[in-house]
Ligand binder design. Sequence first.
Ligand SMILES: [Zn+2]
Length: 163
Amino acid sequence: MARLEIQLVPDSCWCSNLRSILSKKEWDIVRHDAYARAGGKCGICSRSVSRLEAHEKWEYDEDTHTQRLVDVVALCHSCHSVVHIGRTSLVGDIDKAEKWYMKVNECSYADYRKDLARATEEHIRRNQIDEWNLDISYLVDLISDAIASGRLDATKYVNKGDK
Ligand SMILES: [Zn+2]
């Protein structure tokens, strides 16, 4: 079982989620690939659930100001609401998310607060960077596989001036 960790996306990255970058068809390919790899199980708590949610995992290089997509993983709703606890505290059930964090990580409320403090500190530090470069090279293989198998229309990706 993977550790359930809180991740706060820097404010300047809010618009840079994959759904807003990709077409619906491309996003469907990316998330269905994550679901297929998951085999019906949450990537963190390993529970078999009928409905999985695709979670984008980003790494942040604070020296080069680069936000890099490293994976898209399928998570259950409970784990996903903990990972995005910032959003959950605004629109979701925070008590439930806190309890779920402690259960999955088999830890105390103090441990939870410690991880939240770590994530918050990281968030404040990363917010001092105004603009992030986006590295989504992770998607290249996935999208080209999809083109090769005919799931995506290749003509859209061919540079028209290039002969
Ligand atoms: Zn889970």
